[in-house]
Structure formats: C-alpha cells, structure tokens
Design a protein around this ligand. Structure first.
Ligand code: SAM
Length: 235
C-alpha cells in the first residue's frame, strides 16, 4: 500500500482569514485562539471522553491553501531571510510531499451541545477553514525536550517590530472594545512579527499592507522601522 485516503474530522475556525501574517507556529502570541468544530460522524461526545484532562493537543491538519503548488526538495525558510535553501524535511514549510502540518495547541475547553462538539483552542498558526485529520493529546513526559537542538530555529522568531496606532485606528479599536477586549494587543502582536515577505523588507518605499483579521481589514504602513496601524474597517 502506498496511497491512503483520510477523512476530515473537523474544521478550524480561526481569526486568521488569510495566510498572510499568521504566526509561523502556535503559541507565539497571547491571542489568536480559535475553535475546532468536529464534523459528523466524529462530533460524538464519546470520542472526546477524557480529553478535558489534557491541557495541550497535537492538531494534525492539511495545508489546504498551498497543497496545489506541490513541493520541491529544497525550500527557503523565511527565518533565513528567504535566501538560504534547506531540505524540505529540515523545515516546517507548508510545501511538502504530503501537505500535512502539526500544531501543538492549548486546549481551553470542550463544549458539547446539541450534537456539536467544539474544542476551544489557544493561540493558533492556522487559517480559518483548515481541515483537521486527527487530534492527539500532548504527552510531556515523552514529547518535551527543552534541551533539544533545533538547527536554524533554536529561538522563537524575532517579534520586536514597534507597533503604534493612528488616531483613527485607536478610535476604531475603542468602538469594538466590548466585542474584542484584546483587539489592540492582538493586532500589535501579529504585526510585531513583521509579516512582510523577506524581499519586501529590503524596499525603501513606505508601502501600505493589509490583512483580514477577525472581521476587520487591517491596514498598516512601516516607516523608519516602526509599524503604524492606519485603520481597521469591518469586512
Ligand atoms: N505548526 C505547523 C507545522 O509545523 O506543521 C504549521 C507551521 S507553518 C510554517 C504555519 C504557516 O502555515 C502559517 O504561518 C500560515 O502562513 C500557513 N498556513 C496556516 N494554515 C494553512 C493552511 N490551511 N494551508 C496552507 N497554509 C497554511
């Protein structure tokens, strides 16, 4: 047997509505949590019995938004400035022979009601709509190795870009305070990672960038090493 077919057991609901600007791994920022909605016939209370005793889960999913592009033996990790090549299996690139990803996420709650099973998850690195193939409880006794060597990714990526808000953005955040109490922190932490592609970071023009987060189109500009959030309009 060399080919297999797997079923989607659930779908991720995430505040990231497009791939751009999503953190490169889970848990890198405080916010950005979401929900795993289990699909029939897997949305069974019995299927998650005992899972609430675990604080973290492995979510095994399909890189469905990049899978059409296929794969190459080497890739250019953004971490290395987009220039140096590494073997695909030495990276977490989305462009893999089998487009499967795995994210270790916090399990905050399990909500079971009226035939629905929803797992509330902490800080994600997944786009809204990501199909999930499996979940497994995280076993720290076997899976935690803080002393492990991690090649070019030994440290968390730099997320030190200063972020300020225009007066307009500030007032738009205040208007949405009740619905999204941590909106400013969320946007700040996402943009502090400087999600621009490496080749854009060389540019000298102050280009305007935009990304769809939650139900906002967030626009920002970078000038002299500082990100200014220009506005966030309901999308
Ligand atoms: N933690 C996983 C892993 O190591 O397998 C994913 C790491 S991958 C570098 C994370 C990036 O994948 C995100 O920043 C986002 O750009 C992209 N991404 C997230 N969900 C995706 C999806 N469903 N299809 C394609 N790309 C996705």
């Amino acid at each position: 047997m060399s080919q297999f077919t797997f079923d989607t057991i659930g779908i991720i609901r995430s505040p990231y509505k497009e791939k751009f600007a999503i953190p490169r791994q889970p848990g890198l920022i405080d916010d950005g949590g979401g929900t795993l909605e289990l699909l029939p016939p897997y949305n069974h209370a019995e299927a998650v019995r005992g899972l609430d005793a675990f604080s973290h889960l492995w979510v095994i999913f399909v890189f469905h938004q990049t899978m059409q592009a296929g794969w190459k033996p080497t890739v250019r990790p953004p971490r290395l400035g987009g220039n140096a090549r590494m073997g695909v299996f030495a990276t977490r690139s989305t462009f893999r022979p089998n487009p499967i990803g795995m994210s270790l996420v916090e399990l905050k709650a399990i909500n079971v009601r009226a035939g629905q099973v929803h797992l509330e998850l902490g800080s994600l690195d997944l786009v809204d709509g990501t199909p999930v193939l499996d979940i497994k409880p995280y076993l720290p006794f076997a899976e935690s190795h803080p002393e492990a060597r991690a090649g070019f990714a030994q440290q968390a990526p730099n997320a030190a870009m200063p972020v300020i808000f225009s007066a307009l953005a500030q007032s738009q955040i205040e208007q949405n305070q009740r619905r999204y109490p941590h909106l400013a922190r969320f946007i700040r932490q996402v943009l502090a990672q400087d999600p621009r592609p490496a080749y854009r970071k060389e540019e000298t023009i102050d280009r305007i960038y935009a990304v769809h987060l939650l139900d906002f189109n967030v626009r920002w500009q970078i000038s002299e090493g500082v990100t200014e959030v220009l506005d966030l309009n309901q999308s």
